[in-house]
Design a protein around this ligand. Structure first.
Ligand code: AHR
Length: 323
């Protein structure tokens, strides 16, 4: 090929690439985001990352904080539909009760992407769901405990997430699956702490009182780190050493749990990335460009961290990321 032809091919390729890039862009698109609230450090980070991802892509993000109430989410989604937004992100507080509003969005031809939690609704009502494998998260936490108690008897107390939310349902199921067949490990108390630090502390205080001041508890399994951090305070207030007298395993990998692990007050956490918006915006961009249907479930990684994984370094790396 001569030089002129080579340049022409290169220029053609560049034009094709830049128009493809343009076609895949969300520049100027209006996206509504119905966020659950700010119940946890992880949630705050997800909100911060979503805002950053939107800004980097030139998206006009319309943000609605539902204060942990499904009725507020449904109202916000109806508002987005009325505004004629180009797409909707929703982190659904609970699993049930979404069919009507999702059908309304579908009838208005507005693609909806679920973030970090699932819904009990027909899959064709949303474009994709970006979330972790929450059963796997529970399984990873349970396997850590199985590996760390050996044959000793271990009475576990469990702090569940928000009642009716998919992470509460699935993290419980995964943990139970992991300890099944290990008759020395039993969940003796299980109650919701609603994914908040304050509730985690309050419920743990009750567990400690009911279990011989904590002497009969071998481990705490919390469905998120914030509840674990609250419970750690309750364990300390009861005169026990969290991480030693009572093992602590939880989920999210927020900076405060790494501080606790570094101080020997917690033992393990399973990471949940706060970057759900990146894959969600990619899916929306491709769909809006040429109708590309993404995978129905985009699954993020669930990695275990313990004291062997440089907890102080992990704290330092995460502390300014919006948690
Ligand atoms: O849906 C994800 C869960 O919601 C996080 O684990 C928890 O911290 C949050 O509130």
């Amino acid at each position: 090929m001569n030089i002129v032809k080579t340049l022409a091919v290169a220029a053609g390729l560049a034009t094709a690439l830049s128009s493809a890039a343009f076609a895949q862009s969300l520049e100027g698109k209006v996206i509504g985001f119905s966020q659950i609230g700010s119940e946890s450090g992880w949630r705050a980070a997800e909100t911060a990352v979503t805002r950053q991802e939107a800004e980097a892509r030139g998206v006009d993000l319309r943000f609605a904080d539902a204060q942990q109430k499904q009725e507020n989410q449904i109202k916000a989604i109806r508002g987005f539909i009325a505004q004629g937004v180009d797409g909707i992100l929703v982190a659904p507080v609970v699993a049930t009760g979404w069919e009507d509003v999702l059908t309304e969005a579908q009838e208005a031809e507005i693609p909806v992407v679920l973030l970090d939690r699932g819904v009990d609704a027909p899959e064709d009502l949303y474009l994709t769901s970006v979330a972790s494998d929450q059963v796997e998260e529970g399984r990873v936490a349970g396997e850590w405990l199985v590996d760390n108690v050996g044959d000793d008897e271990c009475r576990v107390v469990e702090l569940q997430g928000t009642v009716g939310s998919t992470p509460a349902i699935n993290r419980k199921a995964g943990f139970e699956e992991a300890i099944a067949g290990h008759d020395n490990i039993t969940i003796v108390r299980s109650q919701t702490g609603d994914f908040t630090r304050a509730k985690g502390k309050e419920v743990m205080e009750g567990f400690l009182k009911a279990e011989n001041g904590g002497a009969d508890i071998c481990a705490l399994y919390a469905h998120n780190d914030d509840m674990a951090v609250g419970a750690i305070q309750a364990i300390k207030d009861a005169g026990l050493q969290p991480g030693e007298d009572i093992k602590v395993v939880s989920i999210d990998a927020v900076p405060d749990i790494f501080s606790a692990i570094a101080a020997g007050e917690a033992n393990a956490t399973v990471e949940l990335t706060p970057n759900m918006a990146g894959p969600a915006f990619d899916a929306l961009a491709a769909y809006m460009a040429d109708g590309t249907e993404p995978e129905k479930f985009i699954i993020t990684e669930s990695k275990l961290y313990t004291a062997e994984d440089d907890p102080q370094g992990e704290y330092d790396r995460r502390k300014d990321l919006g948690y």
